[in-house]
Design a protein around this ligand. Sequence first.
Ligand SMILES: [Zn+2]
Length: 341
Amino acid sequence: MFESVIGHARVTEMLIREALRPANSYLFVGASSIGKATVATEFARVLLCPQSADHEEDCRSCRRIRTGNHPDLIEIGLEGRQSIGVEQARNIVQTATMMPVESETKVFLIPEAGMLTEQAANVLLKTLEEPTGSTIFLLVTESETDLPSTVNSRCRTIHMGRVPSDLIERHLLSEGVEPGRATALARVSGGRPGVAIGLITDTEIDEFRTNWLRLPGRLSERPGEAALLAAEVEAWVAPLAGRAVSGSDLTKDERQREERRTTAALMESGLEILATWYADAAAIQYGAPLRNTDLPLAELTAISPKRAVRNTELILEAIADLNANLRRNLLLTNLFTNLAG
Ligand SMILES: [Zn+2]
């Protein structure tokens, strides 16, 4: 069970117990590309399988889930629209009243539940509220605030965190990825298996990390130069994000949205990599173990440990501000100026 999921052991163990007596609706919440939809789909597989997926070899039901052909797993996507509107919601409500085709349960999976309009969410409320005994809703979103609280309060919320990089690395190794590359991918993905997998064949993974680790030596207090550097950083991130999502089977709108999310995710990973440089600069002078073992030591000791600690904090603050959707270019320019100052 849940064997296709990377990490999330606590969540999957809980869901195995949940499957014995499932709630009417679940809400999976967490950052992009960490595997929320994969976990939700696996949960659907366990719920729909006549043997609760407790078998060595896939049964017919499980096979149909994996190939996306199970009549009782109904996935509600955007289908080219900007949001999931009232009409789609009414269709869901109507389908929910019908008997399952093959299983004892019908599962509705909404991987972009944050895109439900408020009216659509209101239409769904009654169905979420009145358990029919044979219908289970699985909603997936990045933030609970994307959904009206009336919907949240009716769901059992499953919070999912980022995946430890050693687990991602181990998975990549098991997929035959060469060791050095697996390490680099795991580091760059920042705990998001989806990003690591999307970049498996990318040739610029090592360069991405090296570029971020070289930034400290290139910073300037002059805002003009910092702005140029900020633009350069954007130019490392955007094409990589584009390539990370290019292999997936998405419509144009979905791809753009995924690309935006992946850009934000990679920007965060990059800043975290930059923070490790300063953390190492402090660590080496305090005699603590280093995160990066391939950095020139002379550069690390050129900055005082006190400033290194301060800079690590500045970067972590910038990451928090990025997540609060402040303007990225301005934020990076500011950060780079402050790091040098
Ligand atoms: Zn099965």
